[in-house]
Design a protein around this ligand. Structure first.
Ligand SMILES: [Zn+2]
Length: 82
């Protein structure tokens, strides 16, 4: 069996099966996802500018939220105002 990305044998190199693609090295698959900017099945490169900005905002909000809940974990009654 050959890796569908680098076309080298996948035997003995922790092969995975990519749906719709076939056998591949795990590392080749991950490299491909990064180069095509795909995250959890979402092709970020295909988003419109508006959608990309929205996604960017959502990621920031989530990161802020997590950082905040980390610091505020001892203060359950704090109310977050936007
Ligand atoms: Zn490969």
């Amino acid at each position: 069996m050959l890796c569908n990305y680098c076309e080298k044998s996948v035997l003995g190199a922790s092969p995975i099966t990519v749906p719709g693609i076939g056998p591949a090295h795990d590392v080749c698959y991950r490299t491909r996802l990064t180069s095509e900017r795909i995250f959890n099945g979402l092709n970020i490169a295909s988003l419109s500018d508006v959608d990309l900005n929205e996604l960017s905002d959502l990621v920031l909000m989530e990161k802020n939220s997590r950082a905040h809940s980390l610091h505020a974990s001892n203060d359950e009654f704090e109310i977050e105002l936007f």
